[in-house]
Design a protein around this ligand. Sequence first.
Ligand code: 1BN
Ligand code: ZN
Length: 354
Amino acid sequence: MLFNIKKSFFCSRTPCFFTTFAAVKIESIMAKYLILLAASALFFGCSGASSPSQESNAQVAENAIFDFSADSAYQYVVRQMEFGPRVPGTDAQRACADWMSNELKRHGAAVKRCESTVTAYDGTRLPCINIVGSYNPSAERRILLMAHWDSRHVADNDPDPSKRKQPVPAANDGASGVAVLLEIARQLGQKQPSVGIDIFLTDAEDYGAPDDWEGDRNEKFWALGTQEWCNAPHVEGYKADFGILLDMVGAADATFYREYYSDRYASDVVNLVWRTAAKLGYDKLFIDRSGAGITDDHTFVNRMRNIPTIDIIDTRMTGGGTFYPHWHTTDDTLDKISRETLGKVGNVLMNVIY
Ligand code: 1BN
Ligand code: ZN
């Protein structure tokens, strides 16, 4: 069983990254989380540990003790899409922000809504609404879970040039990650974790300079909401043990490779997540190979707040493009979203949290 696998790893050595966790009682839920963390660098190396050949992935999946609902996550995508593109400065932005805040509150989170104004690549001043829902706000050991909720203002990658000024519907590039996190919030509301969890829904991630922009194309114009938060987090001096960002986690044919900056800043966390996925039988989705380096919300959290944070993001090794094929097009619509993919990503995260 997953728990026994984790426990047997715990009996051996503890990697230094997680050493401070070792004193916690073994039978607590916290201990399960810690055991999994401790196992991250040694997953197949400890005496007495089951290996995938001793215990099938199907058995492990059966023994998962969580109830992440792929249907519910899918409905959370549907609901976001009903607002229309959630572009900063639109009515859809405000309405969706209200709904997400209420949804987190309804599921027992302490919610902080941080509103500010940010400056885009072209000088446009944009209203930015970051939302953080916290569980166990006083717990010292914390995991930061992130997803951007805004829709890109222009579909600059659309195959049809006449559509490139339209906003992106953002079913996958936005709504999918939020949907998984809201479903996790629903689960956390039913079963309080021992660790602290902060669900950070970031705004204005996707307002970077369009392809045809001839001015400054600096990466600092991406992840504007996250940079605001890094400069003034929802809690002064905020710290988490690690962070996980979800971006484009809903496509039927998704593939998640080990994103370059994630490995550079937080390889222990990448190991933990990819090995958890493998134990659940999801090794075709979470592919244990190096992928592209992507400037995303996690890049700034790593650099500006020193929180080791990874990006679970759909990148492709076939078909010519780096990303999900409908990335930044008007075809990033609900029909591209798969309950199965949402469910697998949610299950992995639940097994990391509990
Ligand atoms: C991810 C999804 N990103 C945007 N939408 C980050 C990104 C920024 C990817 C710049 C490529 C270039
Ligand atoms: Zn995007």
